[in-house]
Design a protein around this ligand. Structure first.
Ligand code: SF4
Length: 234
């Protein structure tokens, strides 16, 4: 009998699977070719305007997109609201420029849910087990919303970040898709110079670019890193 796939088993399985790499960009391109001219409905979970910029520019040509801003991990409310406002400003500005626009849907702001999911993992460095819980929470809510509201696919802008584990995100995305009955669109948006393009678009639209991921723990980690750098230069 195969062992029960707990979060921990999944996490170590993905982390130890580095030699058997899947090409998520190629998988995405195959779907785009198959869906050409059909414009299916896509729920694009986004973490912030800068990360979503390239994803929107790239995908609006192929999909009818609703941006789903669900980020209970942003534990400071002012920061959460600022990123949400920037997300809406980008959708409007980019839409005007390229002649195709996305809709915007904000999920519930429930930081307590994130704090509960990450309990005991507060000291984990960014990229560790706490992030896996964070991905799991955000993608489960996105998948459920997409399934309940007639979308054809869902995906996330999170795979554009060089600091995020794309295989883990794709694995969780598929798992949540199976759970709720919605197809996860495979992605590794940093490919094809996606990350570089997101920086260019952030400059073009003068987007607010935070220097930490989102939770209070990642903010403290970044402040500690900056303090050490300053110490080494004095
Ligand atoms: S560092 Fe980022 S991905 Fe990781 S738990 Fe915090 S907000 Fe989530």
């Amino acid at each position: 009998m195969s062992p029960k796939v707990t979060d921990e088993v999944l996490y170590s399985k993905v982390m130890n699977n580095g030699n058997q790499k899947e090409n998520y960009q190629k998988q995405l391109e195959e779907i785009l070719a198959r869906e050409q001219g059909k414009c299916p409905k896509l729920l694009l979970h986004t973490c912030c305007a800068p990360c979503s910029s390239y994803c929107l520019e790239y995908l609006l040509e192929h999909f009818d997109i609703t941006v789903f801003y669900y980020n209970p991990n942003i534990t400071e409310e002012a920061e959460y609201r600022h990123r949400a406002a920037e997300q809406q400003r980008l959708i409007e500005a980019l839409g005007k420029d390229i002649g195709r626009t996305a809709s915007f849907m904000e999920g519930a702001y429930e930081p307590q849910r994130f704090l509960e999911a990450s309990r005991g993992l507060e000291k984990c460095p960014e990229g560790g087990e706490r992030c896996e819980k964070c991905f799991r929470l955000r993608l489960s809510v996105a998948a459920e919303y997409a399934a309940q509201n007639g979308f054809d696919y869902y995906t996330t802008s999170l795979t554009i970040s060089p600091l995020k584990n794309a295989p883990l995100l794709n694995t969780i995305g598929r798992e949540m898709g199976e759970r709720y009955g919605i197809t996860f669109l495979p992605s590794d948006f940093k490919k094809k110079n996606g990350y570089k393009r997101s920086i260019e678009l952030s400059q073009k639209y003068d987007l607010y670019r935070q220097d930490y991921c989102g939770c209070a723990f990642s903010k403290a980690e970044r402040e500690e890193q900056k303090r050490k750098i300053e110490e080494n230069h004095t």
